[in-house]
Design a protein around this ligand. Sequence first.
Ligand code: COA
Length: 171
Amino acid sequence: MKKSFKQDIIQFLKSENREINLQNILYSFANSSIQCVLLIRLRSYFLQNKYTLVLSKITGWILERFYSTSIFTTDIGAGLLIPHPLCVVINAKSIGENCTILQGCTIGLLSTSDPQKPIIGNEVYLGAGAKILGPIKVGDGSTVGANAVVLSDIPENAVAVGIPARTLSKK
Ligand SMILES: CC(C)(COP(=O)(O)OP(=O)(O)OC[C@H]1O[C@@H](n2cnc3c(N)ncnc32)[C@H](O)[C@@H]1OP(=O)(O)O)[C@@H](O)C(=O)NCCC(=O)NCCS
């Protein structure tokens, strides 16, 4: 958890074009983006141990109440960035490293009758309001456009937009 969170801070500072130094690291804790990701890391950690389930509920409640973020995924790679933690729901099977999730994104089930969850690769960028639904895979290095609804696999390094999402091009 420590290692992942260290990388989360590095990603955050990079996104803000700030140097990685002690002052900026301390500064980052005043930002809701880092606060939210720290709570996500804690919740994931607590969820994995049956003796800390109550703590996972408490962190989950804080995330929903103060950051309007719901999270049920424990397998999240290092370098997670949520620049504006507003209305974000994360119920993926797994999320790779260095992914960016913008406000209003939902990653989850296509229907309550099918429990299969999406898999998000490494270095994926999910634009504002993107919805990633069902047993699909978003390939490494892909970008999903704002408000896209993704219902099928996205290849690696692709850009996908629209409802339902279509692949525009390879980067
Ligand atoms: C997906 C995205 C990265 C594409 O950027 P791009 O590769 O430069 O694509 P272009 O702007 O050249 O557009 C290519 C085509 O896709 C369409 N398109 C682009 N973004 C779209 C979107 N979000 N939804 C629907 N269509 C979109 C364009 O209209 C264009 O269509 P056309 O070829 O029929 O004219 C970008 O449009 C996007 O949505 N970024 C997310 C930004 C975001 O979430 N910002 C929030 C900041 S707080």
